[in-house]
Each structure stands twice: as structure tokens, then as C-alpha cells.
Design a protein around this ligand. Sequence first.
Ligand SMILES: NC(=O)c1ccc[n+]([C@@H]2O[C@H](COP(=O)([O-])OP(=O)(O)OC[C@H]3O[C@@H](n4cnc5c(N)ncnc54)[C@H](OP(=O)(O)O)[C@@H]3O)[C@@H](O)[C@H]2O)c1
Length: 248
Amino acid sequence: MIDVASSAIVLGASGGLGSAMVAEFLNDPAVGQVFAISSKQQPSGLGDPKSARKLVWLTSEYNETAMAEVASQLVPHAGTFSRVCICHGLLHSDTLWPEKRLEDINGSALQDIFHSNTVVPALWLKLLFKILKGQNPCIVATMSARVGSISDNHLGGWYAYRASKSALNMILKTAAIEYGRRAKNVKFIAFHPGTTDTALSKPFQATVPTGKLFTTEFVAERLAIIMDSAEIDGELSYLDWDGQSITW
Ligand SMILES: NC(=O)c1ccc[n+]([C@@H]2O[C@H](COP(=O)([O-])OP(=O)(O)OC[C@H]3O[C@@H](n4cnc5c(N)ncnc54)[C@H](OP(=O)(O)O)[C@@H]3O)[C@@H](O)[C@H]2O)c1
């Protein structure tokens, strides 16, 4: 169980899964305040009028200077955080598309994907360290993906996205070891949501088997349950939406 005075942080709060996690924490009476951090302005209609009072929306560009400035605004609340959800991720855009073969590999696309999927979460883990360290048990869940598993890669393709998620998993594993020494109250989860109906998966939904395309609300509820039952063990767990372990 989490402390009633506890707070949650959602990073990358305007995306499909990010906004569902904000709503999930707003609806959780055990969470007293929800800090949502996004490059976008606050959308209207997040949470009912009563729970919306718990929401603090902070905007940030994704460079280290701007992110450090936002992190400094969380300092007065240091030690109250029990839930953190890092939701950044990029798979396609107007200018980039997942690679089908070697010839599709493009240096600037690789850098863009690594920046959002790996670099930005890594910087948050650095910038939040002093804010999360304390006595309050704190679960940090980061949106990874099953395609980041090296042993599970049987199909190939999607070089940049796969590699950025494998690299993210290594950053999380390494951070879990260091937090385990220096901030023993923090537990890390690398989370695979399953294929979920968001802008990120939209172009790839046609081939998803019936019943396997999840709503963001379903996945947010699953992740909240997984975070509630997580043990503070100094380890990184790599889990899917059903709470099942994924091989590295
Ligand atoms: N949907 C799926 O089927 C699926 C499956 C497996 C894994 N995932 C993972 O789940 C996470 C959330 O994805 P989603 O489905 O909710 O996608 P989404 O709706 O497209 O949301 C994308 C998120 O990434 C952030 N973002 C976008 N461009 C960025 C950039 N250049 N730098 C840093 N952050 C950036 C956005 O933050 P702002 O708030 O600033 O806009 C937003 O939170 C991702 O890590 C994704 O890889 C999703």
C-alpha cells in the first residue's frame, strides 16, 4: 500500500499511455498529487473536477537544461513520490519510419529515436535521483517494449526502435544497481504495454489479432496493479501488461 500523502510523476504526459497514467493516478485516492510533465500544454478534461485539483502540469522541452529546470520545481516535494511513470517513445513521424531492411537505416532517424526512447528517460533518472531518494517506497516504471528483448528477436526489422529499447533496458538495469546502493527505496520496472491503441501503434494495428489491441485505460489499470504489488528489491523487472517476465 502507498502512503496517502504520496505523489506521482508522469513524464511524457500527453501521449496515449502517458495521459492514461495521469488519469489513473488522479482517480487513485491513495495518490495526493500528480505532477504531469510534457512538451505540450495541458489538455482539457483530464480527470473529474474534484480529482483534477490534484494535477500539476509542467511543460518542458526535451533538452537537459529545460528538464533540469522542471526537475528543480519538484525539489520542494522530494521524498513524497511513490509512483513515477516514464512514457516517452517514438516509432514513426512525418520524417521517419521503422526500417524493413538494412538499406533503410538512416543516421538522423537513429539519433531521433535514441533521443526520445533512451536519452530522455536516462536524463530523467539522473535529474530525479535526489527527488526520489528517501524513506517512501517509490516504484519507477518506464515504457519499454518486448521488441527491445534481444533473445525474443526472431523477425528482425525496426533497427532503431528495437535498439533504442534494448539500450533503454541497459540504462534501467544499470540505474537499478546504482539506485539500489544509493537510494534503496526505489524499484525499477521496464514495462511492455502490449499493442495499445495510440498514435504510436496506429499505422500497425491492421495486423493485430482480434482482442490483442488494448485500450490505454486497460493498460494503465494493469500497470497500476503491477506497481502496487512490486517489491522494493533493488532489481530491474522486465514485465509485460500481464505481469509476466520477459527474457532479456
Ligand atoms: N502503443 C503501443 O502499442 C506500444 C507498444 C509497446 C511499447 N510502447 C511504448 O509506450 C510508450 C508510450 O507510447 P504511446 O503508445 O503512448 O505513444 P504516443 O501516444 O505517441 O506518445 C508518445 C510519447 O512520447 C513522448 N515523445 C514524443 N516525441 C518525443 C521526443 N522527440 N522526445 C521525447 N519524448 C517524446 C510524448 O511526450 P509529450 O507529453 O511531451 O508529448 C508522449 O508521451 C513509448 O515508450 C512506446 O515505445 C507502446
